[in-house]
Design a protein around this ligand. Structure first.
Ligand code: XUL
Length: 545
């Protein structure tokens, strides 16, 4: 009972991280959705309808994965040792349950697989996930109903955002009002997974709950106006919203009988993967260091003590484990776009990194805008890949550098509203293995970059939240810092520092950041042709021109 479990249901996999604060031991298990559940026909964990902007996943696949991973914990004899569980999940996605759900969840039979029993509790067969960008019309309607974009940002922490739960729920209600009526409960993915563990419909925390356009982030409550602007009788369908970490009670009897958990094992409120990563990276209460996660999406985020009232149309505010706030920017053309380029030129990740380490910062004034699919930041609904400064499609090195520079420069430019620039950036997610990307981040952000031994910062964060809550409740007070000392070990070998000369290529007055900004504005239709700026950059920064 002195170990703690974090479960993270991400876009492509379900990961379990078990930590033991008495000796610092960590166990990790993961299930890849495409590989393990081919019957669901997912690609990279999701179902994409042709060229459309609709991206869903089948919640039944997630249920199978939960059953399978809990069985692994039983086989490894870890489940009886777990004192408390924390859940993490990809954010914004919604799961739609009918009136049978509460009854079925409360009477799960441990002799039957989970899925078989809950197959009939869904009122919508698939769940829209964070990659869905099909609700632009609903976003416009919600914005109008709430009195304009500035009001929506002030109230909910984000402009009405295509992938967020509110616009997605509105679209469901408009397209299928009869199924909406039959929906008794709409969970976020994190609250749905938590519901499976406690055997009843679970609340959601402000980390995930604020990523919906439905909450008043100052009051920490569902906002009546936002609910009215979204769909009829919504409040009774939503999970209870909790401001910070809290126990939801003990695991369902089903978990005890089927997977060998102890009846006193507690479950805390679930959260989104990004608010959990904030904990996993040791950033609660810390405003000097910021984080980049290079996962399926790329995200840039950090802790905030106070909300700023500055106007902005990009980025989001979510709640944190300790009841404060974090900012976040999300970039959809992240690792999948890098992988696209890697595969297009038959490269390995090693080759990709090597190219970044051996080519010149600034890419000789060649720029790519890698909108392979619709983009979240900046908002691009119709995908198109742009190449500027004579970047030819067959130029392997130019395209590798082009995509990576674009991703990191975009992150830098679009996060200008998020407070003081950091001196240190912590990098997590699959891409944090890539030395070329780490070096580029340090150059573009002019910051020291660090990575970690445990890559699964979201699952780790969920486990640390469970440990923090449970140990403090038992009076064995462990501070966040004590837990981070044990589990958030920086990999000294992968600390990268920026070189002034290289930083200047991006940051100087006519440097690449300003050129990239012009290219992006031009591509989005509100800026002049960037050719003059590109030529000037080459004259100043590129030898032999
Ligand atoms: C954050 C976002 C993604 C998902 C998937 O706003 O949409 O990062 O949480 O990881």
């Amino acid at each position: 009972m002195n170990q703690f479990l974090g479960l993270d249901l991400s876009t492509q996999s379900l990961t379990a991280v078990v930590i033991d604060p008495s000796d610092g031991e960590v166990h990790r298990y993961s299930i890849d959705f495409d590989e393990r559940y081919p019957a669901y026909k997912t690609q990279k964990g999701v179902l994409v309808e042709g060229e459309s902007k609709v991206v869903h996943a089948d919640p039944r696949m997630w249920v199978e994965a939960v059953d399978d991973i809990l069985n692994v914990l039983r086989e490894k004899r870890l489940s009886p040792r777990i004192g408390c569980i924390g859940v993490s999940a990809q954010q914004h996605g919604t799961v739609y349950l009918n009136r049978k759900a509460e009854y079925v969840l409360s009477r799960l039979d441990s002799s039957q697989p989970l899925l078989q029993q809950i197959n009939n509790i869904f009122s919508r067969p698939t769940s829209p996930v964070w990659m869905d960008s099909s609700t632009h019309q609903e976003c416009l309607e919600i914005t109008a109903a709430l009195g304009g974009e500035a009001n929506v940002v002030r109230l909910t922490g984000s402009r009405a955002t295509e992938r967020f739960s509110g616009p997605q729920i509105r679209k469901f209600w408009k397209e299928d009002p009869s199924s909406y009526r039959k929906t008794e409960h709409i969970g976020l993915i994190s609250s749905f997974i938590t519901s499976l563990l406690i055997g009843r419909v679970a609340p959601v925390d402000s980390g995930d709950g604020f990523g919906t356009n439905l909450a008043d982030i100052r009051k920490g409550k569902w906002s009546k106006e936002a609910l009215i602007a979204t769909s009829p009788d919504l409040e009774s369908r939503l999970p209870k919203l909790l401001g910070k970490d809290e126990s939801l009670g003990t695991v369902a009897q089903y978990l005890v009988e089927r997977y060998g958990f102890t009846p006193t094992t507690e479950v805390i409120v679930g959260s989104g993967d990004n608010p959990n990563s904030l904990v996993g990276l040791g950033l609660i209460g810390e405003t000097e260091r910021r984080a980049i996660s290079l996962g399926t999406s790329d995200t840039y985020f950090g802790y905030m003590r106070k909300l700023s009232d500055g106007e902005r149309s990009e980025g989001h505010i979510f709640g944190t484990a300790d009841g404060n706030y974090m900012f976040l920017l999300c970039f959809k053309n992240g690792s999948l776009a890098r992988e696209h380029i890697k595969n297009m030129y038959n490269l390995s990740w090693n080759d990709f990194s090597e190219i970044l380490l051996t080519t010149s910062p600034g890419n000789d004034g060649r720029i790519m805008l890698p909108f392979f699919s619709s983009e979240i930041t900046p908002l691009v609904l119709n995908p198109k890949v742009w190449r500027f400064g004579g970047l030819a499609e067959e130029d392997v090195k130019g395209n590798v550098r082009g995509i990576a520079e674009a991703q990191i420069m975009s992150m830098y430019l679009h996060s200008a509203w998020a407070g003081k620039r950091p001196k240190t950036i912590l990098v997590t997610g699959g891409g944090s293995d890539n030395p070329g990307l780490l070096k580029l981040i340090s150059q573009v952000f002019n910051a020291v970059v660090q990575t970690f031994e445990v890559k699964d910062s979201a699952a780790l964060g969920a486990a640390i939240r469970a440990a923090h809550w449970s140990l403090n409740k038992k009076g064995i007070a462990k501070s966040w810092n004590e837990l981070w000392d044990l589990f958030t070990k920086e990999k000294a070998a992968e600390t990268v520092s920026p070189y002034e000369e290289e930083v200047q290529i991006y940051h100087a007055k006519d440097g690449l950041l300003s050129v990239y900004d012009s290219c992006e504005k031009f591509a989005l239709g509100f800026g002049e042709n960037p050719d003059g700026k590109l030529r000037r950059f080459r004259r100043i920064f590129v030898r032999n021109t």
